[in-house]
Each structure stands twice: as structure tokens, then as C-alpha cells.
Ligand binder design. Structure first.
Ligand code: TYC
Length: 101
């Protein structure tokens, strides 16, 4: 009887591990001036004036708006930084984070 020799698989498949992403969400409130929200979006999230205005208006009309997705650390730091900017002026402006499905 002849034996069939099967060569072992030698190729390794490398799977890139990507970190889970988190959404930063802007919440509407009745007190923060629109221009201030735009200013914060431009400063913290590096948006253009146009982008920032549209995001602000979406939150204003719908109650909330997803701004961007980042790794957990970056999302939490930016949300905190932006919320603190509002707080420093006495505004209730609030940014939160949520894991992306
Ligand atoms: N609703 C605020 C106003 O009428 C403006 C505003 C928009 C505040 C979006 C927060 O996330 C916000 N002055």
C-alpha cells in the first residue's frame, strides 16, 4: 500500500485586530447659544464652520446628533473636553459617548 504524505499548511493568515469604536453624541439643550455650540465643534472636533453648523442644527431639531467615531479613549476625552468648555461658560452643553454596534 502506498502512503500519501500531505504537506502541513505553512501559511498563516494574519487578522488585523481593530479596537472597538465609540460614538460621540451631542445633546440639545435650551440654553447654550447656537454660536457657542458651533465654536466648540470647530475647536474640539476640527469641523469646518459649515459642518459644525449642520451638526448643531441637527441636534437642535432632533434632540441629539452623532458627531464622530473614535477609539474609546479619544471619544471620552473629546466628549469631556467639549462638555467642560460649556461648563466653563456656565452652559449645560453636553456630549456623551456610546459604543458603536
Ligand atoms: N437649542 C439651543 C438654542 O436654541 C442651541 C443648541 C443646539 C444647544 C444644539 C445645544 O446640542 C445643541 N439656543
Amino acid at each position: 500500500m502506498t502512503k500519501t504524505v500531505v504537506a502541513p499548511r505553512t501559511k498563516t493568515k494574519t487578522k488585523t485586530q481593530r479596537p472597538p469604536l465609540y460614538k460621540v453624541i451631542l445633546l440639545n439643550d435650551d440654553y447654550t447659544p447656537r454660536e457657542f455650540v458651533v465654536l466648540v465643534l470647530k475647536a474640539v472636533f476640527r469641523m469646518s464652520g459649515d459642518q459644525a453648523y449642520r451638526v448643531m442644527m441637527t441636534a437642535h431639531q432632533r434632540g441629539a446628533c452623532v458627531i464622530a467615531v473614535y477609539t474609546r479613549d479619544v471619544a471620552e476625552t473629546k466628549a469631556k473636553e467639549a462638555t467642560e468648555l460649556g461648563k466653563s461658560k456656565g452652559y449645560p452643553l453636553f456630549f456623551t459617548t456610546e459604543p458603536e454596534e
